[in-house]
Design a protein around this ligand. Structure first.
Ligand code: PMP
Length: 299
């Protein structure tokens, strides 16, 4: 926290913090996977997460005294100091820490917190039942969706709560002009005629690191191309397969949308292949990707 390693119970912030009152912060969710055979924790795509954090900071006018390299080192050190030997979830937060009343982004002090905790699955990976949300995805000109801003998650919370109360597992949000955007905390992929289709970056999505991982793995390992384009709502009802993906959700197949079965109403073959591949890659079981994407916590 702000340059010091401290016990979690001392990691308290003021009730008057700007970030608490106004949501003026940004964050990341990063997973680390335990590799039993190697007795190692691999933090997945740390560099890309911290590059995105610094882009979110730039949008929020937050200046951290750390480079991407510093943040990578701090993360590995935190896992070691916690002596974590299992799957972990890291949560860096950069926020406006001043105890002032007054809504703005300039002339404020930037604070930084990083926590690491044990974490299992965030959603059910056996097949999600989704509903299209009546809540629209925040627009780039309202709260930029490309930045992972704490306050934006009120939008996600509205959508997720509505979905759960309607008996679904997850929401799929549309943009203001009615195109498919993303889940409450996941990007979305459709499989149509053997190709992956996913909303383009200008559909108010968070440019997910799992999304990028899927695009690369599909192309390189399965020879499947991805089209990034606008997606109509009704394409959700006729796609051959659909899955959600994110650091938390990992690869989560969708078996129905608005009670319409996706394909045969079960996990599709391409989704399954990608899910299996993803779990091998994140756990550091694939040499090529381990070297590129997995940072070892223990020497
Ligand atoms: N969209 C939103 C709104 C999210 O919160 C997340 C989770 N960070 C994602 C997409 C997926 O992003 P990533 O794969 O980088 O975790």
């Amino acid at each position: 926290m702000n340059g010091e390693f401290i016990p979690a119970e001392r990691g308290v912030i003021s009730v008057r913090s700007h970030g608490f009152s106004y949501g003026t912060g940004c964050f990341e969710g990063i997973r680390g996977y335990w590799n039993e055979q190697e007795q190692q924790v691999y933090l997945f795509r740390l560099r890309e997460h911290y590059e995105r954090l610094l882009r979110s900071c730039k949008i929020l006018r937050i200046e951290l005294p750390y480079s991407v390299e510093d943040l990578i080192e701090i993360s590995l050190e935190l896992v070691r100091r916690n002596e974590q030997k299992g799957d972990v979830y890291l949560r860096p937060v950069a926020y406006k820490g001043d105890e002032v009343i007054g809504v703005r982004l300039n002339n404020l002090t930037d604070h930084f917190i990083l926590t690491s905790e044990p974490m299992g699955n965030y959603v059910d990976l056996g097949g999600m039942r989704c509903g299209v949300s009546s809540w629209r995805r925040i627009d780039d000109n309202a709260i930029p969706a490309r930045a992972k801003i704490t306050g934006s998650y009120v939008n996600a919370a509205f959508a997720k709560t509505e979905a759960l109360q309607n008996g679904f597992d997850e929401a799929i949000m549309l943009t203001h002009d009615g195109h498919v955007s993303e889940g409450s905390a996941e990007n979305i992929f459709l499989i149509i005629n053997g190709e992956l289709v996913t909303p383009s970056p200008s559909e108010n999505i968070l440019l997910g690191i799992t999304r990028d991982t899927v695009i690369q793995l599909a192309e390189r390992e399965l020879g499947i191309k991805t089209r990034e384009r606008s997606i109509d709502r009704t394409e959700l009802y006729i796609a051959d397969e659909i899955f959600l993906c994110g650091t938390g959700a990992q690869i989560a197949p969708v078996v129905s949308v608005d009670h319409n079965p996706v394909g045969k109403g079960e996990t599709g073959p391409i989704s399954k292949q990608l899910q299996d591949l993803y779990f091998d890659v994140v756990r550091g079981k694939h040499d090529f990707y381990r070297d590129q994407w997995c940072a070892a916590a223990y020497s």
